[in-house]
Write a protein that binds this ligand. Structure first.
Ligand SMILES: [Zn+2]
Length: 264
């Protein structure tokens, strides 16, 4: 099971860039690309990649695959462009590309890769599109529920997955984000002060969870459901009946599910 890589240094770098290029309103990665003098193409590249950063003849160029992302303004495309900007703005990534030590590599959105460099660029992208200061102001004094994440994802034009991951780091209520496929947990990400870290079934999705129900029945319950701590977590004390909520977003075509879990 993978645990997404954390690096607050990248988050700070990303937020600095957001504030510098897009001080007000929505973060527009295309404008950051243009203002940085990076070449940009959005075309049909089959299924080869979602995004790609190339360095040739002393110049950087970002390619976005319209075949997979529709156009440059969908949340996935915005994330992909922000990811490629991560490869450009993170010193080690840019220098590796510039020196020819690392070849241009195809990137796929999002948070699916086990490659550390990809994880760093994903983390940079989420931080760029959801700057901490702005998000914190939006959620200040708000009670957490799924609608709050939904609202943020619409306001910032980011996927629910990247919004939830970002919220886990900077939000005002501890949550855990669990991504599973074919009944197996691919990765989890949680707030530092989330009460439990150990899932009770190792990397298998427990049957009594909402995600577990989706894998067992293939019928997708969409909404927030009440569960107990013992459904997902290893609980050593008498708090196993503690009330939790799970909001599961299943994606039947790929047999995968994103669960957001929080304590009442
Ligand atoms: Zn990449």
């Amino acid at each position: 099971m993978l645990t997404p890589h954390r690096n607050t240094g990248f988050a700070e770098l990303a937020e600095f860039i957001s504030d510098d290029f897009c001080p007000k309103g929505m973060i527009t990665p295309c404008d950051i690309v243009e203002a940085s003098g990076i070449g940009f193409s959005c075309g049909d590249y089959g299924n080869a990649f979602d995004g790609l950063l190339e360095h040739q003849y002393g110049k950087f160029h970002i390619y976005i695959n319209a075949n997979r992302l529709q156009h440059a303004y969908t949340p996935r495309a915005r994330f992909t462009i922000a990811h490629e900007l991560g490869h450009y703005f993170i010193d080690e990534h840019r220098n590796a590309l510039k020196s020819g030590k690392a070849p241009s590599h195809p990137s796929f959105t999002n948070f699916q890769s086990s490659n550390i460099v990809e994880r760093e660029a994903d983390y940079f992208a989420a931080s760029l599109l959801l700057p901490a200061t702005r998000v914190k102001a939006d959620v200040n004094r708000r009670k957490f529920n799924f609608n709050l994440l939904d609202e943020l994802s619409k306001k910032y034009q980011t996927s629910l997955m990247s919004t939830a991951i970002r919220f886990a780091d900077i939000g005002n209520h501890p949550i855990m984000v669990i991504f599973s496929k074919n009944g197996i947990i691919e990765w989890k990400w949680s707030s530092k002060d989330f009460p439990y870290y150990h899932l009770k079934n190792g990397n298998r999705v427990p049957e009594t969870t909402v995600a577990g129900d989706f894998f067992a029945t293939k019928s997708a319950f969409t909404g927030t459901d009440q569960i107990i701590a013992d459904d997902w977590f290893q609980v050593w004390d008498n708090r196993y009946l503690q009330k939790f909520y799970e909001h599961c977003i299943p994606y039947a075509p790929l047999n995968c599910a994103l669960s957001i879990v929080w304590e009442d």
